[in-house]
Design a protein around this ligand. Structure first.
Ligand code: COA
Length: 338
């Protein structure tokens, strides 16, 4: 291995803590069999999903982020007063505005922060992470909380079997701080957006173009609209291409990675990407069976799974990769320093 660690202008940034949260209510494939013409067998074979968590009535995305943020701060043994910035990657905020970052600030009681939301579809966590990393690397901030979470079930049409089996709610938060002497932390990224893919995955209602009216609701414009096979083809190609390019330009291969933590959209997309990267299956983190597709929440949840399974350890090189609405592509290479 000849890892090329790119120099940064200021200091290096590292993840120092992780916290995750999924709401307790579970929707199983058997439950869905009673709602639409589907089967546990079809869902498992085509997606790898067995069950997903669902936010209870009266709760919002900010509640997922708040619970994850509290766990993250507890893991680092610090209070909310030490935070300087809150960044939230999501496409399912509580409301159009204020930002989820503002809602989380209030709920965790962080007195000295600013913050904002990042809309990157399923790449939302990697984009929010990058924004936070750059704030630390520039020297502007020393304590940045980055949340990635989504409440997709709130935007899902439970009469449409092609989308309703896929999505779940949940997410997580990481803390970013300057790396110590000898640590590497964040190494490199390759991101890309392709607006031509917008027609394949979008929610047309409720924005400034089609504000909510009885008509937009009757036409189901407030739900996720997706051309599944088009998203699938793009995801299989791009997740592998961007990941391979990121490893190559840093002088490493899949064999040098401690683990690969991909966005959990479809088990077949993940295994195809892992095969292309030459990754041994036991170092590829897959938890889609338990959570479904949680969009920006999936990578932090998969980090937690990797830790629980003993596959994410201090000093490991880690590749994160996501593809989602936009289309958006997000890949990150880092060294785990916890
Ligand atoms: C959605 C997805 C699972 C569909 O799998 P697929 O293998 O492409 O299946 P198709 O859409 O071609 O459908 C095959 C058949 O299954 C049927 N089908 C679709 N959903 C079904 C369901 N839940 N249960 C049973 N049958 C279903 C289709 O109607 C179709 O029937 P037909 O052949 O009679 O027309 C897959 O395309 C996918 O995962 N796409 C990416 C989605 C994604 O990741 N989105 C989030 C962005 S990150």
């Amino acid at each position: 291995m000849s890892l090329t660690v790119r120099p940064v202008v200021g200091r290096r940034a590292k993840i120092t803590a992780l916290g995750t949260y999924v709401p307790p209510d579970v929707l199983t494939n058997q439950d869905l069999e009673k709602m639409v013409a589907t089967s546990d067998q079809w869902i498992m074979e085509r997606t790898g999903i067995r069950e997903r968590h669902v936010l209870a009535k009266g709760m919002g995305l900010s509640d997922i982020c708040t619970e994850a943020a509290k766990k993250c701060l507890a893991a680092r043994c610090i209070g909310p007063e030490e935070l300087e910035v809150i960044i939230v990657g999501t496409v399912t905020p509580d409301m159009m505005y204020p930002s989820t970052a503002c809602l989380v600030q209030l709920k965790i009681g962080a007195p000295h922060v600013w913050g904002f939301d990042v809309s990157g579809g399923c790449s939302g966590f990697t984009y929010a992470l990058l924004a936070g990393v750059k704030l630390v690397e520039s020297g502007a901030h020393k304590m940045v909380l980055v949340c990635g979470a989504d409440a997709n079930t709130r935007m899902t049409d439970y009469t449409d079997r092609t989308t309703c089996v896929l999505f779940g709610d949940g997410g997580g938060a990481v803390l970013l701080e300057p790396a110590e002497e000898g640590e590497i932390g964040f190494i490199d990224y390759i991101n890309e957006i392709d607006g031509a893919g917008g027609v394949s995955l979008y929610m047309p209602g409720g924005g400034s173009l089609n504000p909510s009216t009885h008509e937009t609701v009757n036409k189901k414009m407030h739900y996720i609209h997706q051309d599944g096979p088009a998203v699938y083809k793009f995801a299989v190609r791009k997740m592998a291409e961007a990941s391979a390019a990121l490893l190559a330009r840093n002088g490493i291969t899949g064999a040098d990675l401690g683990c690969f933590i991909p966005h959990q959209a479809n088990k077949r997309i993940i295994t195809a990407t892992a095969e292309r990267l030459g990754m041994a299956p036991d170092r590829v983190i897959i938890n889609i069976e338990k959570y479904g597709n949680t969009s920006a929440g999936s990578i932090p949840l998969a980090m937690e799974t990797a830790i629980e399974e003993g596959k994410l350890n201090k000093g490991d090189l880690v590749l994160l990769a996501a593809v989602g609405a936009g289309f958006s592509v997000g890949t990150v290479l880092l060294r785990w320093e916890i």
